[in-house]
Structure formats: C-alpha cells, structure tokens
Design a protein around this ligand. Structure first.
Ligand code: OGA
Ligand code: MN
Length: 385
C-alpha cells in the first residue's frame, strides 16, 4: 500500500514537477482549508505513536549542578525520544528548569542580536541604525501621526541573526575571516546537551537564530555547509509552536511531521545529520506552554553566583513575553570544523552539488503566503525549496 502511494506520488512528480516533500510542505502550509493535523507527532503528549522509540542518554556525562548552571533539569529527568527510521535523531521535550527559560529567550531577543553579531537588518541599514535593536524597539519614539499604522519596530523586523562563523546566505558557506566570538553562555549550554547525548568535546562555532511570525515558514533544506558532518546540530524552539518536517536524503522521501513546542530541543546527528527538513507552519502554542511564570526565577537567583542563567528583570520579561505570545524563535548551534580542521584555501572550493542538483540551503524564514523568501539582502528571491 505504502509502495503504491509512493509510486503514485513519484509519478505525479513527473507530471507536476513537484517532489513528495514539497507536496507535503504545501499541505501543512495551506490556510484554506486547513490541513489535518492528526498525523503530527506530539512528543509532549507521551504520544502513543509506533514511530517513537526510546533514546538513551549518558546521565553521568553532566552533573546536576552543571546542568542547573545553564538552566537545565537533571539529565535523568529529561524526556527523550527517537524516531523509528531516523537513527541519530534525538528529541528532548523541554529540558529547561522552570524559570530558566526567560533568560534564554531574553538572550535571543535582546543580547544575541547585538553587535558584533550579524542580522538581516544589517543588509540594508547602517551599523549605527542596527546598533541597539532592543533599546530602539522598547524605548523608541512611538510617535505616529494619528490614523496611521504604527511602523514596525526593529525587533518586529528581525528575521535572522548569525553568531560565531557568520553564515553567508549567498555563497552558502562559512569562512575563516568572518568570525566573531561565539556567546560563552550558549556554548556552555550546547556542550552540556551534546555531552549528555554522547558527543563529548562539542565546539559551538556557528549559530543561526530564526525569528518567525505566525505566518512564517522555512523552506526545505539540508544543513550541509558545516565542514564536519560527524558533529551534531542542535536546535532550540521558544515561543509559539512549529510543525517540523523531517524527511530523508532524497526529496522523494516522505517527511515525518512533528510539533516543536516552547523549550523543545532536537539533536540531528549520525545518519540524521544531513536529512531534508523544513518548517511549513507556525501554530499557536498549547494553553500554558508559554506562560513561563516569573516566580521560577527565584530558583535561578538562589544559585546566581555560580550560574550562567541570570535573573531577567520584569521590564525585560514583559517585552519578551509579549513577543513570544505571537512569534517563535528558533536557535540552531553548529560545529563547523572538526578537531584540527581548517577552512580550505579557496572559500568556494567546498560548495557542492548533489547528483547534479544543487542541495538548497535556506535563507531565513519567509513570511506569509506569497511564496517569497528572503535572501541575505531582503530582495525577496522567489522560493524554491
Ligand atoms: C535551520 C532550521 C528549523 C526550525 O535554522 O537550519 O532548520 O525549527 N530551523 O526553525
Ligand atoms: Mn536546518
């Protein structure tokens, strides 16, 4: 039966020029009529799905104190899952300690967009204009002639930020001479998680933050620009939920749909490191998922001196919580180089094609229904994923 369906889809591709992944992407992206979500895996529900398998961590790799320093629960308490048919894919259902998440959300919205990190607004604004995105958005003059719509704040216009080795969206490469120090707090968080997942010695060298509004999506792509694919890729989700599609090594492989809720994490490693994936749709967080009560912060404050996670002021949290009520932030962390590895002499020499077709990477989430997605300079390239 499955073979019959796939054969049908494959032959319909010949007719329509559309592959199986793209077909399913479009179904989940569709507004009218809305798609059927009943096949979407929800790890937070303890889910009775035959696709879910147990995943084993190494709880001894990270002490409870080390985990708490970065705002994580003891590793033995993490709810960890694997997916049948996707070896190396690990899903961790919100492993954060209550009260620690406001810190990471604040870093994503207030700290990481700051210079010297790079963001989409830099592509068509001067450095002085993109200097204080947070301050300008929070305290900016909100004067508008009456009757006119408020102009969007810089924070509302933020679509992506890069950290460490700054990804070049045009050449689809990282390069040695465009590097700024990777945030130490995020490096430590990444090291703890990867160690628990069986990857000691992870080196967080590049990060990409994607900022999604309720109508944004992220095209089908493979993250293959990193030079060492034996190192895992980490992905964090904050705020509203996403439908995440995980495919195979070919665009004809039908993807598996799953929810990524606030605080959830994914590790793509081993045979699942280079699979096609995409985010066709943002969906409202289930009730209570983004409440992130402030009282939990007292827990972090009792450990203040030794923790990376710091207390977030009520003023900052008011801005963050308003933002994530309607948006989603995705943060991916990558190791670019293997131990002792260097960038090749010519930056273009590691661009690759696969079986004659270019393996697409994405260039940040696209907004709305118009089928456009951003290039590095917001020129609105037509999608094609
Ligand atoms: C990426 C990515 C997925 C997400 O940034 O490479 O695949 O969940 N993000 O937003
Ligand atoms: Mn990706």
């Amino acid at each position: 039966m499955v073979c019959y369906v796939m054969a049908k889809m494959a032959s319909s591709m010949v007719e329509s020029g559309e592959d199986v992944f793209r077909k399913i992407f479009k179904i989940y992206k569709r507004r009218n009529p809305p798609p059927d979500f009943s096949d979407v895996i929800d790890f937070s529900k303890g889910v009775p799905s035959d696709k879910i398998v147990a995943a084993k961590l190494d709880p001894a790799a990270v002490s409870d104190v080390e985990a708490a320093r970065v705002g994580l629960q003891p590793v033995r308490d993490w709810k960890v899952f694997g997916l049948r048919g996707y070896p190396g894919f690990i899903f961790i259902s919100n492993p954060f300690l209550p009260g620690s998440q406001p810190f990471w959300v604040r870093q994503c919205l207030k700290t990481y967009p700051q210079k010297p990190n790079v963001c989409n607004l830099d592509m068509h604004m001067s450095p002085s204009d993109t200097q204080d995105i947070w301050d300008k958005s929070v305290h900016g003059n909100s004067f508008t002639p009456s009757g006119k719509r408020e102009p969007k704040t810089l924070l509302e216009r933020l679509r992506w930020v890069t950290l460490g080795y700054h990804y070049n969206w045009d050449t689809k490469t990282y390069c040695a001479n465009h590097y700024t120090p990777f945030p130490a707090d995020l490096h430590l968080l990444s090291v703890q998680i990867t160690a628990a997942c069986g990857f000691p010695g992870f080196n967080a060298e590049a990060g990409i933050l994607n900022y999604y509004r309720s109508d944004s999506s992220l095209g089908i792509h493979v993250d293959e620009s990193e030079l060492d694919h034996s190192r895992p890729l980490l992905s964090f989700s904050f705020g509203q939920s996403a439908i995440f599609l995980l495919g195979g090594i070919h665009r004809q492989d039908p993807p598996t749909a799953m929810y990524m809720h606030n605080g959830d994490m994914m590790v793509m490693s081993g045979q699942s490191r280079l699979l096609y994936h995409a985010v066709p749709r943002i969906v409202p967080a289930p009730q209570g998922h983004t409440a992130l009560e402030m009282e939990g912060c007292s827990l972090a404050s009792s450990l203040q001196d030794r923790t990376v996670v710091k207390l977030v002021s009520e003023e900052d949290w008011a801005v963050c919580s308003r933002y994530i009520q309607s948006s989603r932030v995705n943060l991916t962390v990558r190791q670019v180089l293997g131990p002792g590895q260097r960038f090749p002499e010519t930056p273009s020499s590691h661009q690759r094609t696969n079986a004659g077709w270019t393996v697409g990477y994405h260039d940040g989430p696209a907004d709305g229904e118009n089928g456009k997605r951003r290039s590095s300079c917001d020129s609105g390239d037509t999608v094609d994923t």
